[in-house]
Ligand binder design. Structure first.
Ligand code: NAD
Ligand code: TYD
Length: 352
């Protein structure tokens, strides 16, 4: 079996569902259920013996030791993190605790477990660290996309904490021989995306007739990847990736934020037309994010060349599926927009 951390979050829950759709290999899913974790994402697995959910913190060494001893997973796929740049600006401490110290605890527990394995199991074991393109910093317009050799220049507390965790993972491989692989992926979107991030926020705000807050001039560029493409890339790297290597994962979809927002409005105009006119009337430019990275772009040729992976979705097919999913899951949206979500919206947008 495999042990997944953060498997009740956006990408982690998509990964668990995708994994069990492709294989019968069981998953132990360790998640602290912070504001970003939601067991409802995994409701379709209720009663499925292949999925074992454990609520707990990756910083709890005794718990990790117990899970590794009890389930003896052949791989650990590490998604758990504090993941929102804006939250990291308001409160960086949780990012250091989970992303840096939590990853350190997992690495140490994995190393202790791995060192007790026989030679064949030792060679087969994998620690797969899921990371982000944001560790590379911001690209100038026209500069070549990030390759795996790009210098690390993180600019937000979030990306700095992820960069630190990448460095720890690298060091545990080079110093102790722990069999690690790291993937650095661009911005994901799709089902179960918490509506504090750009794409789901714009969909749910438009449907609620609320402002669509575009930071600064809206010309910041991100490279967007449909979440199930990220899941298939992780499966490929886990199966065939070379030890100690990093693989960049991206969708070849560089788009300025304002274009994303306009595309969402156009899809909603088509799928849920409003009598009052286009949803674009809600677009509102607001104060920029401090330290806002101008552009990310991923060069995903290494994973294609070595592992034959390419994204299956284009941005057009993926964003249409995503908007449709949110239209069909109003109950999920209502549930995640609880009291603490409203507190966050006040903290981030009231003074913009
Ligand atoms: P998310 O915030 O939606 O989910 C994170 C999950 O981790 C939640 O279920 C949360 O409960 C859990 N968690 C948080 N702290 C924990 C702790 N201390 N112990 C155990 N569980 C804890 O994040 P996501 O968007 O699904 O991102 C998953 C991973 O992918 C992260 O490592 C992130 O850095 C990386 N990543 C995200 C993107 C993206 O676009 N969202 C892109 C590239 C990489
Ligand atoms: P986000 O989804 O937070 O991802 P990241 O910061 O990790 O790339 O934001 C994506 C882009 O959208 C980023 O350039 C910031 C911008 N953005 C807005 O313009 N308005 C918003 O309300 C949010 C949440 C993000």
């Amino acid at each position: 079996m495999i042990l997944v951390t953060g498997g009740a979050g956006f990408i982690g829950s998509n990964f668990v569902l995708d994994w069990l759709a492709h294989s019968d290999e069981p998953v132990v899913n360790l998640d602290a259920l912070t504001y970003a974790g939601n067991r409802r994402n995994l409701a379709s697995l209720n009663g499925d013996a292949r999925h074992i959910f454990v609520r707990g913190d990756i910083g709890d060494r005794a718990l990790i030791d117990r899970l590794l001893a009890e389930y003896r997973p052949r791989a650990l796929v590490h998604f758990a993190a504090e993941s929102h740049v804006d939250r990291s600006i308001h409160g960086p401490g949780a990012f250091i605790k989970t992303n840096v110290e939590g990853t350190y605890t997992l690495l140490e527990a994995a190393r202790a477990h791995w060192s007790t394995l026989g030679e064949a199991d030792k060679a087969a074991f994998r620690f797969h660290h899921v990371s982000t393109d944001e560790v590379y910093g911001s690209l100038a317009p026209g500069a070549p996309a990030f390759t795996e050799d790009h210098v690390y220049e993180p600019n937000s507390p979030y990306s700095a904490s992820k960069a630190a965790s990448d460095h720890l993972v690298r060091a545990w491989h080079n110093t102790y021989g722990l069999p690690v692989v790291t993937t650095n992926c661009s911005n994901n979107y799709g089902p179960f995306h918490f509506p504090e991030k750009l794409i789901p926020l714009m969909i749910v705000n438009a449907l609620a007739g609320k402002p669509l807050p575009v930071y600064g001039d809206g010309q910041q560029i991100r490279d967007w990847l449909y979440v199930t493409d990220h899941c298939s890339a992780i499966r490929a790297v886990l199966a065939k990736g070379r030890l100690g290597e990093t693989y960049n994962i991206g969708g070849w979809n560089e788009k300025p934020n304002i274009e994303i927002v306009q595309t969402i409005c156009a899809l909603l105009d088509e799928l849920r037309p409003a009598a009052e006119g286009s949803y674009t009337r809600f677009i509102t430019y607001v104060k920029d994010r401090p330290g806002h990275d101008r552009r990310y772009a991923i060069d995903a040729r290494k994973i294609e060349r070595e592992l034959g992976w390419r994204p299956a979705e284009t941005f057009e097919t993926g964003i249409r599926k995503t908007v449709q999913w949110y239209l069909e899951h109003a109950d999920w949206v209502a549930e995640v927009q609880s009291g603490s979500y409203r507190d966050w919206v006040d903290a981030n947008y009231a003074k913009r």
